[in-house]
Structures are given as structure tokens and as C-alpha cells.
Ligand binder design. Structure first.
Ligand SMILES: [Cu+2]
Length: 181
């Protein structure tokens, strides 16, 4: 499984400590043994997050039992507003996802680990409010906690599902014969 010749992705991800939307402390260790699908955002996001979470949910639904090996996670970049309770309520619309929040320091740390851009700006449509333009990349971490893949915002649910399928079941990739072993 060594990624011979692969460039930098090994440096994406890493240890974190956060709180899940039920108020339990979690860390990267919590999800060892599962593939972890991670998307960063904030619950007041009008377009990017709803679109991405819907698309990822559709992709996961299409995987059938294979999806049981994946833990989908939504990490807020707006911990001041996105408390555990707010995350839990928001994710009722995307029940496959567990929301993670934490202190500002914890969130900045995990953003740094995944090189996520997210910076608060005043909301021109609503006085006194703010928005947080943010990276719209989905990350996949493997069961050992290592970076496995990322999916850009432009991919369709079908494309994401296809990539997840080939990553989780490489021996069943349609164009390849499984090597004997
Ligand atoms: Cu968003």
C-alpha cells in the first residue's frame, strides 16, 4: 500500500481533538478502522454546504453496504455559532453526517492540518451578519488515518461514488483483474 512516487498528500490531515454533535470528545483516533469522509463548512452557509452535503449523501446512499465502512464528518469553521446543538439540528437534514465543533484553537488546528481556507467576511445581504467563504474540497482519510484522496466541488455524486467504490474495493475495479494472492 505504499504510495511510491506520490507527492505531498501524506502531509494532509493528522491528529485533531474536537467535540461531536452529541457533545462527546473525539479525535482522529476515534475513527481508526473506518474511511473518513471530511467536509469543512458552517451551518449558515447558503449554497456550498447544502449542495456538498446533499451530493455526498447521494453518493453514499448509492454505495449500499460499502458506505458502512465510511464515517462522514462535517467540521465547522464557525465554532462561535456552530455549537454541538446547532450542528446536530442542522445535520438532521444530512443524517449520515456527524458534525464536529470545538474551541477556536481546536478548529484552527484542524483547518491548518487539512490546509483549509476559511475566512470570515461581512455579509452584504444581511447587516451585522457574516459569511465564511471556505474550501469546498472533500477529503478521504483511510482506516490507518492517512490521507487517501480528495474530491473537488465540481465532481458529481456519481463520480464521487465511483471513486469511493474503487478506493474501498480496488480488487473489484471494473477494468482491472484482481491479482492472485
Ligand atoms: Cu459552506
Amino acid at each position: 500500500m505504499s504510495g511510491a512516487g506520490s507527492s505531498s498528500p501524506a502531509s494532509i490531515g493528522g491528529p485533531f481533538r474536537l467535540m461531536d454533535h452529541d457533545g462527546h470528545e473525539v479525535s482522529d483516533q476515534t475513527y481508526r478502522g473506518y474511511h473518513v469522509l471530511i467536509f469543512f463548512g458552517f451551518t449558515n452557509c447558503r449554497l456550498v454546504c447544502p449542495r456538498a452535503l446533499t451530493k455526498l449523501s447521494v453518493a453514499l446512499d448509492s454505495l449500499g453496504p460499502l458506505a458502512d465502512r465510511i464515517r462522514p464528518i462535517y467540521i465547522t469553521v464557525d465554532p462561535e455559532r456552530d455549537t454541538a446543538a446547532v450542528m446536530r439540528a442542522f445535520l438532521r437534514s444530512y443524517p449520515r453526517f456527524t458534525g464536529l465543533t470545538g474551541s477556536r484553537e481546536q478548529i484552527d488546528q484542524v483547518k491548518g492540518a487539512f490546509r483549509v481556507f476559511a475566512e470570515r467576511r461581512d455579509d452584504h445581504a444581511s447587516k451585522g451578519d457574516y459569511v465564511i467563504p471556505h474550501t469546498a474540497i472533500t477529503y478521504l482519510i483511510d482506516p490507518q488515518g492517512k490521507f487517501a484522496a480528495h474530491f473537488g466541488d465540481a465532481l458529481s455524486a456519481e463520480e464521487i461514488a465511483g471513486r469511493l467504490r474503487s478506493l474501498l474495493e480496488p480488487d473489484k475495479a471494473p477494468c482491472e483483474r484482481a491479482p492472485t494472492r
